[in-house]
Design a protein around this ligand. Structure first.
Ligand code: ASP
Ligand code: MG
Length: 407
């Protein structure tokens, strides 16, 4: 098998941990696998480098930031190669520029355009383990770029796609993707499999196991992606396309939630064309991301428009909305930042009715008031009062029997 393995910051956080990773990698190679390893910087290093930069300058240039941040990964790849060589396992480390992971020139959030896999293939054919620095690339002018925080996941998936690897394994400090956060629901269950689409929903809703962009990439190129622990053995969670899951598709795969929502409403908006644009134009001009949007016509022929933003943006959004409401002659605005969003996620919903109503029934039994509802093909989300979040997640986990493995 050709496997791309990515080890995150905690997995290479010390010399001891690097030795443990080397042992794991060497074992795969002795089994006959060809292995490409992608590494993060040691945990904390990227943050420390960033902090040092900000001690010197309020706004360090993105180019110099990339020069600086890329050093974290350069350290770990050299150390791992040494550890492997010490075990008589041939290994060679490469920076992004050396492989030639070609990106655009957007420093600090560059996108990969092309990967030259020739050098890597050559090494693999010689039985060498190839160790690549995650998170970094090079633009057309030879400038070092980085892919955004958590970008090593994307490096691994992109390499797996370029090499047509059999599997891309992401080793991290959790042993897989869970039905929901085990810190909230004690008997949350590790999923054996989940689809790319579901994983994207889970990830964007706050289950931060993988960089979202890496999941998009894996889905686009159909790279089987496995999340597993570098600290203990186990099968982890395999993320695959929906076709591959067909026969074993559960109704609901998981419950995602986020406390990071604030709710804003404009009340009494005149019911004429152009009002929604008047409300959201200035919000989007201020670069504020809007999540849920609900509009409702009232008895007096005016609309109430309600939407949610991240908590950090609530104040700025409220200021803008205040002005808009005045300008358009609306009755006023309301702001509530004590809300949370809970979502049921599952591709099985596409072919089953009654999921939403079962969700609402469950919440009603707990006397939890639903403030907003939105749905997509594979998701039902509700916005509720923040203090009921944990209760809601636990009740839904029971109601949808998520603790039990699918039959
Ligand atoms: N070291 C980088 C970060 O902390 C990239 C990564 O670990 O994926 O964001
Ligand atoms: Mg990470």
């Amino acid at each position: 098998m050709l496997i791309v393995q990515k080890y995150g910051g905690t997995s290479v956080g010390s010399i001891e941990r690097i030795k443990a990773v080397a042992e794991k990698v060497a074992a795969f190679r002795s089994r006959g696998d060809q292995v490409v390893v992608v590494l993060s910087a040691m945990s904390g290093v990227t943050n420390n480098l960033t902090a040092m930069a900000y001690e010197l300058q309020k706004q360090p240039s993105p180019r110099e930031m990339d020069m600086l941040l890329s050093t974290g990964e350069q350290t770990t790849i050299a150390l791992l190669s040494m550890a492997l060589q010490e075990m008589a396992c041939p290994a060679r480390s490469y920076t992004g520029a050396q492989v030639r992971i070609l990106t655009d020139n957007t420093h600090m959030k560059a996108r990969i355009k092309e990967i030259d896999s020739e050098k890597i293939r050559h090494d693999l054919d010689q039985g060498t383990v190839v160790v690549v620095a995650g998170f970094q690339g090079v633009d057309e002018n030879g400038e070092i770029t980085t892919l955004g925080r958590g970008g090593s996941d994307t490096t691994a998936v992109a390499l797996a796609a370029a090499l047509k690897a059999d599997e891309c394994q992401i080793y991290t400090d959790v042993d897989g993707v869970y039905t929901t956060d085990p810190r909230v629901v004690e008997n949350a269950r590790r999923l054996d499999k989940i689809t790319f689409e579901e994983m994207l929903e889970m990830a964007s809703l706050g289950a931060k196991v993988l960089q979202i962009r890496s999941v998009e990439f894996a889905g686009k190129y159909n790279v089987p992606l496995r999340v597993l622990s570098s600290f203990e053995d186990g099968p982890g969670t395999l993320i695959v396309s929906e076709e591959e899951l067909m026969m074993e598709m559960p109704l609901i795969s998981g419950i995602a939630f986020t406390r990071d929502e604030a709710k804003l409403s404009v009340i009494g908006v005149p019911d004429v064309p152009g009002m929604a644009f008047k409300v959201f134009g200035p919000i989007s001009d201020a670069n504020i991301e809007v999540d849920v949007i609900v509009q409702n016509i009232g008895a007096d022929q005016t609309n109430d428009i309600t939407f949610t933003v991240q908590k950090k943006d609530a104040e700025a959004a409220a200021k803008i909305l205040e002005k808009t409401a005045n300008d358009m002659g609306a009755k006023g605005i309301r702001v509530d930042d004590k809300v949370a969003k809970v979502s049921l996620v599952g591709v099985g919903m596409r072919s089953h009715a009654g999921i939403a109503s079962r969700m609402f029934e469950t919440l009603s039994k707990e006397a939890i008031n639903i403030q907003l509802i939105t749905t997509s093909e594979i998701k039902v989300s509700v916005v509720i009062e923040e203090k009921f979040l944990e209760l809601a997640v636990r009740a839904l986990h029971v109601a949808f029997e998520l603790e039990k493995p699918p039959a």
